[in-house]
Write a protein that binds this ligand. Structure first.
Ligand code: ATP
Ligand code: MG
Length: 449
């Protein structure tokens, strides 16, 4: 057996401390949760370094993140995915129904993950053959540009070709037309309604159709610039070895794949034995083998799920993790709680993250030529008001900042195109002026903020 080459994703090489530092750029607080996911991610890399016989024994330490709504659970998972550069799928547990019922079956998440991985590896592969593909494309463009040599004058075609190549490289021929054969796979539009929906169909339908309706080629006149794009696709496709892509994608899924199961608390049934809860528990039962390790058939072949990392998350308002079926609890040994956010956190969330809400609004207004500034007092006031609304109506966490900011800047947003080249400073007074009535009136804030 040939030795498997180790190609860990970049995120795997980050130390837990570095991973937390990266997450800190986007998520305020929630240190415990960040630490747990950082360790879990690092453990994937550690496992790859362990001798093979032991490696298979090491199961991923799946995590449940527990916390109220809008405190950063999904955000942590989203950022982790970017860092890990591993195939990462986020899916709501509520999407699934028990096998045999109408809806998505749980195995589809593994198929989706595999699909993602194939796209990921293919993109990488396309990048790595790019130089080679570009060379081939240049030759083909020259073939197309070069008029057929008149009989007997074949001697100087080499020189002509080189001259043409120079022009082509200098970008002087971009608008010239060339004629080339374009292949299109024409499949008639068919709509099929089936219980399991499109997803099942895609399973093999597309390929089947591909074979039934052969590629049709057509002569087309294109500018060099357009032709280059098209030829590049074609040449890259020729250079990419799909068998290898699939093999690598499977390896990535099986050893580095992460599935983020959101809203897991919604598949916890509180009453046992009656009503829709039966089917929720059914979903848990269906999930179990996947989390425990099983083989799922995908259109790319069998995929083992033993070492896929699962991160589940839920608010667990009405239920507790201990309400999950016992086998399930055992498969999620790490529990982290995220804390609810206060005014101090909001102040930081408004300004610090790289995608902070205030930064977003500044950039948006900038496009209209309006330069916004927020005084520190204004930021503090917004945070305080948001906290107050959360306390008095419903606590929706940092999401409250979105509604408050939108209301606060409504007027400026509306008139921005008329305000060109103005500097506007948002002060604490302005914040109070715009929002105070709304916030004092509980009914109003319930509807508007
Ligand atoms: N700690 C935080 N730091 C920075 N931004 C945050 C934080 N918590 C929440 N946000 C922001 O609030 C919004 C909602 O957060 P998120 O989607 O993570 O909520 P959640 O915890 O998954 O809630 P739910 O249980 O409702 O799914 C996002 O835009 C996110 O950027
Ligand atoms: Mg969420």
């Amino acid at each position: 057996m040939s030795k498997v080459k180790l190609l860990p994703g970049a995120g795997d090489q980050l130390t837990p401390r570095e991973i937390v530092a990266e997450l800190d750029k986007y998520i305020i607080g929630q240190g415990e949760a960040k630490k747990s996911v950082a360790i879990a991610l690092r453990n994937r890399w550690r496992r790859q370094q362990v001798p093979e016989d032991l490696r298979d024994e090491i199961a991923p330490k799946n995590i449940i993140m527990i916390g109220p709504t809008g405190v950063g659970k999904t955000e942590i998972a989203r950022r982790l995915a970017k860092l890990a550069q591993s195939p990462f799928l986020k899916i709501e547990a509520t999407k699934f129904t028990e096998v045999g019922y109408v809806g998505r079956d749980v195995e589809s998440m593994v198929r989706d993950l595999m699909e993602l991985a194939v796209a990921l590896v293919k993109a990488e592969e396309r990048e790595s053959v790019r130089a080679k593909a570009e060379e081939a494309v240049e030759e083909r463009l020259l073939d197309l540009l070069l008029p057929p040599a008149p009989a007997g004058a074949a001697t100087d075609t080499g020189a002509t070709r080189e001259k043409l190549r120079e022009k082509l490289r200098a970008g002087k021929l971009e608008d010239k037309f060339v004629e080339l054969e374009v292949t299109q796979r024409v499949a008639p539009v068919v709509e099929i309604f089936s219980q399991s929906g499109l997803e099942e169909m895609e399973f093999n339908f597309k390929e089947m159709m591909g074979n039934i309706f052969p590629a049709r080629s057509k002569q087309r006149r294109l500018k060099v610039a357009e032709a280059r794009e098209m030829l590049l696709q074609e040449e890259a496709g020729r250079l990419i070895d799909m068998d290898r892509v699939v093999e690598e994608a499977r390896r990535k899924v099986e050893h580095h794949g992460i599935i983020f199961l959101d809203e897991i608390d919604k598949i916890v049934g509180r009453d046992h034995g009656k009503g829709p809860d039966v089917s929720r528990e059914g979903v848990q039962r269906d999930l179990l083998p996947i989390v425990e390790g099983t083989t799922v058939t995908t259109k790319y072949g069998m995929v083992r799920t033993d070492h896929i990392l699962f991160i589940a998350s839920g608010a667990f308002h009405l239920s507790k993790p201990s309400d999950l079926i016992p086998e399930m609890q055992g498969r999620f040994p790490i529990r982290v709680e995220l804390s609810s956010l206060g005014a101090g956190d909001f102040e930081r969330i408004l300004t610090e993250p790289e995608n902070a809400l205030i930064k977003q609004y500044l950039a948006l207004m900038e496009t209209e030529g309006v330069r916004l500034t927020f005084t520190p007092e204004a930021v503090r006031e917004i945070a305080a008001l948001a906290t107050r609304v959360n306390e008095r109506t419903e606590n929706i966490g940092a999401r409250r900042l979105h509604t408050v900011m939108e209301k606060l800047l409504e007027e400026i947003s509306f008139t921005a195109p008329d305000l060109e080249d103005q500097e506007i400073t948002i002060t604490a007074e302005y914040v109070r002026e715009r929002l105070a009535n709304l916030i004092e009136d509980e009914d109003l804030s319930r509807y508007i903020l």
